[in-house]
Design a protein around this ligand. Structure first.
Ligand SMILES: Cc1cc2nc3c(=O)[nH]c(=O)nc-3n(C[C@H](O)[C@H](O)[C@H](O)COP(=O)(O)O)c2cc1C
Length: 160
């Protein structure tokens, strides 16, 4: 498709051909309340130093909070966590009410279950159109042997 006449629906469909994992990213707001969103934009950047990235939509309720925070925790979801992903993809939901979270570095909310978790300090913020790209320096991580939750063509999927 001609890049000058890009059709947003066709673009979204084409992007959906790229399978990703699914993460939930958490932080604290100014009042110390727990904030979290589902995000599939997570990716690795660098091994040394250990850097990862994800991008937050400017229209998200939690946008200001994530762009201004100093730390966030990225939880890579397992194949059994599609419901949790849906919960954290809702605006205004009581996302943490039913969860027994623990606290990580800088009091970050850590979900009770995940395939992997990366506790990060924000290293860079970059303009990215209708998103802002956040690069985190990993300060601690944990991982379990679990099958990942995948997202492909607008749906959850599992490795078969
Ligand atoms: C599988 C999946 C992946 C998503 N990836 C992202 C993402 O990378 N960045 C983003 O800002 N929103 C992403 N979203 C949408 C947010 O989760 C959604 O907008 C959520 O409502 C944001 O929460 P908030 O409005 O409470 O801030 C994704 C949603 C789903 C279901």
């Amino acid at each position: 498709m001609d890049i000058e006449k890009i059709d947003p629906t066709a673009f979204r469909t084409a992007l959906g051909q790229f399978p990703t994992g699914v993460t939930i990213i958490t932080t604290l707001d100014d009042q110390g309340d727990r904030i979290g969103v589902t995000a599939s934009s997570f990716n690795t950047v660098s091994l040394d130093p250990p850097l990862v990235l994800w991008s937050i939509d400017k229209s998200a309720y939690s946008y200001d909070c994530f762009v201004n925070c100093k730390h966030f925790a990225i939880h890579v979801l397992s194949s059994e966590q599609a419901e949790l992903s849906d919960l954290f993809a809702q605006t205004g939901a009581d996302k943490f009410d039913q969860l027994q979270c623990t606290t990580g570095r800088a009091n970050l909310p850590i979900l009770p279950e995940y395939a992997a978790c990366f506790e990060c300090d924000i290293e860079h913020r970059y303009a990215g159109g209708d998103h802002t790209i956040l690069v985190g320096r990993v300060r601690a991580f944990h991982s379990h042997d679990a099958e990942p939750l995948l997202f492909h063509r607008g749906r959850y999927a599992e490795i078969s």
